[in-house]
Design a protein around this ligand. Structure first.
Ligand code: FES
Length: 95
């Protein structure tokens, strides 16, 4: 759990986002995890939010006076990896 008195504490280490920045964004009207993600890039770093997203959800819930299960989780997209054309050409079909 994050101490609300330590606003300079970094919550998203990958994107270097502090508790203070998150609280300010919520107060500006970014009141969903998706909005915070797009505005501050939380959850878009190397760990893809595995480290910070639950923490941010808790911060958001407390700031809005909601329960954690009332917070909607952001859209998750699977990672996309480039595939060589030669690999696709190797795929055998039943034809
Ligand atoms: S700690 Fe936030 S994306 Fe990794």
């Amino acid at each position: 759990m994050i101490d609300q008195d330590k606003e300079e504490e970094i919550v998203c280490r990958c994107e270097d986002v502090s508790l203070k920045e998150i609280l300010e964004a919520i107060d500006k009207g970014y009141t969903t995890l998706d909005q915070l993600k797009r505005y501050l890039r939380i959850g878009m770093g190397h760990c893809q939010g595995r480290t910070c997203m639950r923490l941010v959800a808790g911060i958001l819930a407390r700031r809005l006076g909601k329960k954690l299960d009332e917070i909607e989780w952001p859209t998750v997209r699977p990672p996309v990896l480039p595939v060589e054309i030669a690999k696709l050409a190797e795929v055998k079909t039943d034809d």
